[in-house]
Design a protein around this ligand. Sequence first.
Ligand SMILES: CC(C)(COP(=O)(O)OP(=O)(O)OC[C@H]1O[C@@H](n2cnc3c(N)ncnc32)[C@H](O)[C@@H]1OP(=O)(O)O)[C@@H](O)C(=O)NCCC(=O)NCCS
Length: 146
Amino acid sequence: MIQIKKIEAFETYPIRLEILRKNIPLPYKFEGDLDNETFHLGVFKNEVLIAVSSYMKVKNKRFTGNQYQLRGMATLSEYRGFGAGKFMLQEAFSILKDFEIDYLWCNARIVAVDFYKKQGFQIYGDEFEVPIVGKHYVMFKKISND
Ligand SMILES: CC(C)(COP(=O)(O)OP(=O)(O)OC[C@H]1O[C@@H](n2cnc3c(N)ncnc32)[C@H](O)[C@@H]1OP(=O)(O)O)[C@@H](O)C(=O)NCCC(=O)NCCS
């Protein structure tokens, strides 16, 4: 059985470490992880956590209005392509709409750009390099008045 739940920051750390920080010596704990306005989503398959993502009230000067940043989106390799990432984003869009948020944005790794596009995100601006991790695009999704 598949379930999506709000989880605590510490529950995201093992998957962040395995999927997003393998051979990447950058912190797996993010500034803002424990902020009151931050929330974390997890997908469970038969009680096993298989995917995580985090949502933080961080403003990007490229956008106006109320904003959240998506961080730490990852699905364990063996569970990819079954909708876990999509389900988390759909849940987040619904929560953020209730919060009256205008934009959800993220720094998207090149390999994930098409995944985000499928969920309604658009690219903003030119690609940029994140040291050690590689090329990224800023991507955003308008949440309000969808
Ligand atoms: C990107 C990632 C989170 C997607 O998670 P997932 O649970 O496999 O995604 P879903 O199964 O919900 O996929 C939803 C749709 O996007 C597609 N998709 C998933 N990953 C994709 C990718 N990298 N490129 C293109 N399409 C992708 C799926 O085929 C599916 O399409 P469909 O709706 O037509 O069937 C996962 O591949 C991952 O953890 N990647 C490594 C970490 C990473 O790069 N994270 C993003 C950092 S910015």
